[in-house]
Design a protein around this ligand. Structure first.
Ligand code: FMN
Length: 318
């Protein structure tokens, strides 16, 4: 009896400490280094521009406010912290200008961006790693695990055609090769193909604006909370669930499909609404959605999404 009470008390006390840790170190915290906060903020906003550019038919002059914000924030940013936000922003802005030049459109904003880019060339020489890059489903199928990993990208140019259930099950069974703690296999996957339901689920998710109409196949990856017990395991649903979701995206790629992870960084109210809309049991924690399907064409375009140098994120300890 005491043991059970201690477990319940532990869950509350760990939840409280989670909250304190998050408050202390989250992106709004004044106790976190300014450059570090700016690094993430600029990347997030620059990504919305590269993402807009990676859509099948980007809307002209989209995201004017975001663009002004990125230019202002980057001007104040110390690139000595890491040049990555500058690469992403400048590459995306350059691709934005090029898109409109190709469309033959002129606008004061485009002149403003061009001037801004010119001024930056002296500080950070080209080529800038940002904007979009060409992506091909053709050529060598990914032969090694390394090739498979290198050939995956978030694809937002999908064909809405529904994929056959047996092939979807094949992809799911590949994803089941993901490791899981004690082999518990708590991950669950809900697959949807009915357009009205997909529309409802994506509207609740909110991160697929601009390509939601092209999603004809959707996964919601979840994790059975019942597999976990005690305060130390309070976050394990996310660990196992995320590993499974990653394998599912690789499985999609190995099937020749495009896939795009869709965040479920949501509150309990939205999580419940998604569970209701998706017919998902109350005891499952939602991990993420994955839009998937055949690519619109074998040759397509994806957001550049450059990576940091490995040395920037690694620490070798004695
Ligand atoms: C957990 C998670 C949530 C994501 N959510 C979204 C989303 O809501 N909408 C979207 O378009 N992309 C989303 N992405 C895709 C990221 O933007 C993308 O993975 C990142 O820019 C790296 O690019 P890559 O996947 O092409 O390598 C998400 C990725 C992850 C891992």
């Amino acid at each position: 009896m005491f043991d059970k009470f201690a477990k319940v008390a532990g869950i509350f006390s760990e939840a409280m400490r989670d909250a304190v840790l998050f408050l202390r170190f989250n992106s709004y915290s004044p106790f976190v280094d300014k450059s570090k906060r700016a690094f993430y903020k600029i990347i997030i906003e620059a990504h919305t521009i590269e993402k807009g550019l990676s859509l099948h038919d980007p809307k002209l002059l989209f995201g004017k406010e975001k663009i002004r914000f990125v230019m202002k924030a980057l001007s104040r940013y110390d690139i000595g912290h890491s040049p990555l936000p500058a690469h992403m922003s400048l590459g995306a802005l350059e691709a934005y200008v090029n898109l409109h030049a190709t469309a033959g459109l002129s606008d004061p904003l485009l002149d403003e961006i061009s001037g801004y880019l010119k001024a930056w060339e002296a500080r950070l020489p080209k080529p800038w790693k940002g904007g979009t890059r060409d992506y091909s489903f053709n050529g060598q199928p990914p032969g090694t695990l390394g090739h498979l990993m290198a050939s995956r990208s978030s694809i937002r140019t999908l064909r809405p055609t529904q994929l056959p259930h047996d092939q979807i099950l094949e992809a799911i069974s590949l994803a089941q090769l993901a490791p899981s703690q004690c082999n518990r296999q708590s991950s669950r996957v809900h697959a949807y193909q009915e357009p009205v339901r997909i529309k409802e689920l994506l509207a609740l998710q909110g991160g697929s604006r601009g390509f939601a109409e092209s999603v004809g196949n959707l996964f919601v990856v979840s994790s059975d909370i019942c597999a976990w017990g005690g305060p130390g395991q309070r976050n394990q649903a996310y660990v196992d669930g995320a590993l499974f979701a990653m394998c599912l995206m690789f499985a999609c790629r190995s099937m020749g499909w495009g896939a795009c992870p869709l965040n479920l960084a949501i509150d309990h109210k939205t999580e419940s609404a998604i569970r209701r809309a998706g017919g998902i049991p109350a005891g499952e924690r939602l991990i993420m959605m994955i839009a998937f399907g055949e690519p619109i064409a074998p040759e397509t375009r994806v957001a550049f999404s450059p990576r940091r140098h490995a040395a920037e994120i690694a620490t070798f300890h004695a």
